[in-house]
Write a protein that binds this ligand. Structure first.
Ligand code: B12
Ligand code: SF4
Length: 514
């Protein structure tokens, strides 16, 4: 479904980045079994019923995360009714709910990694090498009221080197689901394996940028450095978007990160008072500034409602987070999610709130537990305020990423490494005209919100002008007013309650028509 609009740019109105993402877990399973298989992504109820009735499925696998448990329950019910001979297997994070066996009508409920489980179930070799499917990271991208054209190679490919995270933060469901502290499941152990997968994706999808879906990619330094070696040998000018904790980032010099093609970094920016080991010894404000100066877009992630938060100190903590001036900032409520050490602890302390619908346990609404100092209602107010404050003070993320891109371009356009030069030139060449036009529209639209930010946008637009070619310099005069018009039209649509949904996708493999 959606990432940015749900939990990152949700307060940015028509500047919010809208984009859908496929269900990668079931795509991974499909690519790694030899049985005939169909993946039905984002089905409507009718799509699901039609597929069940028009084929004889031995197995119906259903994936879900905890918020989707009611949908999983209904899909199990429909399967029993429409395809009674099918075995129903449910996997994904929904399996972590205590007592799930009694909530849904499934034959098997699979906790943890599913490829090996499914291969074992089907009598296939579970230790066979993992085949990575070709995954386009996002689709139907929309911003400022415009749906961007979908060209082959224009969107990054998703690469999934592993699942789980060995850091084991107490609230983290990903870590807990795949074994907890010290454990994780590696699909591709070495830099060489990763390089081969990425090369294959480059050919198949015609991409040069990759979204690396590994909870802490930079933590595995040996693998990352071997990947860099191979990239250098093969003169690959790739761009990588990665997740990494501050202490892992600190294991690299800026030059190493830039050469590795790291162009977007998602990093936890929890309060220094929270005591998470992933932040140890890091001045995260200085680190984010430095990263941005090297053209690396930073997505910060901050938790609202940690144990030490009170109505008296939370505003200062939010101000601290916002002062990082990251390109994107996610805020999430501290949330005990089933399966995590935090959930266990809250349950033992009798602090879990009763009668909270699982569909609301996702960190973007209200607390599902009794906090020592902050009420459930106030948790929402503080969360909403954090998003609003970030937008008001730092402006639209589109402006922020333009700024970081320009800083990187200025610094590296004459870099001795041709791969690095090429990467920045590629982004700048492709985007400078469009960014300048978007900045033109943003500057005008943002005057209503904050003059200071509007002035900053204007200054950046002038800088872009100086660095752009003649065509890009002319473009804003034409494209700018159009974008301003589409932006305002989108604001009106959103005010009328317009929502966007992903399309249903059906993909078959090893399929022989009867
Ligand atoms: C990418 C991602 C997204 C993407 C797309 C997710 C998708 N469609 O796959 C986007 C950005 C849209 C997204 C949105 C949200 N996400 Co999200 N997301 C992730 C993330 C970072 C990676 C998921 C992934 O693809 N992993 C790689 C694949 C290979 O792993 P996997 O999906 O877990 O699948 C494996 C197993 O679970 C199992 N398996 C999965 N399905 C099945 C089915 C069967 C039959 C079997 C046998 C096995 C099986 O086998 C797979 C291979 O090992 C995870 C964190 C993480 N690293 O896992 C969070 C995560 C899944 N998201 C989470 C949440 C809360 C959300 C949101 C509710 C956030 C929000 N507040 O809006 C929304 C809800 C979207 C929705 N309506 O479903 C939580 C779920 C918590 C929970 N315990 O339920 C996670 C775990 C993050 C976290 N640590 O809190 N998310
Ligand atoms: S570092 Fe991030 S992914 Fe790893 S356990 Fe902590 S919160 Fe989870």
């Amino acid at each position: 479904m959606e990432l940015y609009h749900n939990q990152v740019t949700r307060a940015q109105g028509s500047f919010s980045l809208r984009m859908f993402h496929r269900s990668w877990g079931i795509m991974m399973i499909q690519a790694n079994v030899s049985a005939p298989c169909a993946v039905l992504d984002f089905p409507t109820r009718d799509d699901f019923a039609r597929e069940l009735k028009s084929n004889q499925y031995d197995v119906v696998g259903i994936t879900g995360i905890i918020v989707n448990v009611a949908k999983v329950r209904e899909m199990c019910r429909m399967t029993r009714e429409l395809s009674p001979h099918s075995v129903i297997i449910v996997g994904g994070h929904v399996a972590a709910i205590p007592g799930i066996e009694t909530m849904i009508d499934a034959d098997h409920i699979v906790k943890g990694e599913g490829i090996a489980w499914m291969r074992r179930y089907l009598g296939e070799d579970e230790a066979a090498p993992i085949r990575h499917p070709a995954i386009v990271s996002g689709m139907r991208t929309r911003i400022m009221g415009i749906r961007l054209p979908e060209r082959k190679g224009a969107t990054a490919a998703t690469i999934i080197p592993s699942v789980g995270c060995p850091m084991g933060c107490n609230f983290c469901t990903t870590s807990a689901f795949f074994g907890g502290k010290g454990k994780f499941v590696n699909f591709f152990e070495t830099g060489d394996e990763l390089f081969d997968v990425m090369s294959r994706m480059e050919d198949e999808l015609k991409v040069k940028s990759f979204f690396v879906m590994d909870e802490n990619f930079l933590l595995h330094r040996e693998r990352a450095m071997r990947l860099l070696e191979r990239m250098k040998e093969a003169r690959k000018s790739w761009a990588l978007s990665v997740f990494a904790s501050a202490n892992a980032i600190r294991k690299y010099t800026m030059q190493e990160l830039v050469e590795l093609g790291v162009s977007w970094l998602w990093m936890g920016l929890e309060s220094p008072r929270a005591g998470y080991s992933k932040l140890q010894g890091s001045d995260t404000r200085q680190l984010t500034r430095e990263l941005r100066e090297h053209g690396i877009r930073v997505q910060g992630s901050t938790i609202i409602g940690l144990e030490h938060h009170t109505p008296d100190n939370i505003m200062a903590e939010i101000e601290h987070a916002v002062s990082h001036d990251t390109d994107f900032h996610q805020f999430m409520l501290y949330t005990p999610v089933p399966g995590t050490p935090l959930y266990q602890q809250m349950a033992e302390e009798g602090r879990l709130l009763r009668d909270i619908d699982y569909a609301d346990v996702h960190g973007q609404f209200k607390f599902n537990f009794k906090h020592a100092a902050i009420s459930r209602e106030d948790s929402k107010r503080f969360l909403d305020w954090a998003f609003w404050r970030d937008f008001q003070l730092n402006g639209p993320s589109l402006y922020r990423i333009s700024r970081t891109l320009l800083a990187g371009w200025k610094r590296y356009k004459d870099d001795p490494d041709a791969r690095v030069r090429e990467r920045f030139a590629r982004e700048m060449g492709k985007l400078s005209g469009v960014y300048s036009s978007a900045l033109w529209a943003m500057e005008r639209q943002f005057r209503k919100v904050d003059h200071n930010v509007s002035d900053k946008i204007r200054a950046l637009r002038h800088e872009f002008r100086q660095e752009s070619g003649i065509l890009s310099r002319m473009l804003p005069a034409v494209l700018g007013p159009i974008l301003l018009w589409t932006t305002r039209r989108e604001e009106k649509r959103l005010a009328r309650g317009k929502t966007y949904e992903p399309p249903t996708i059906l993909e078959r493999s090893n399929w022989v028509e009867a």
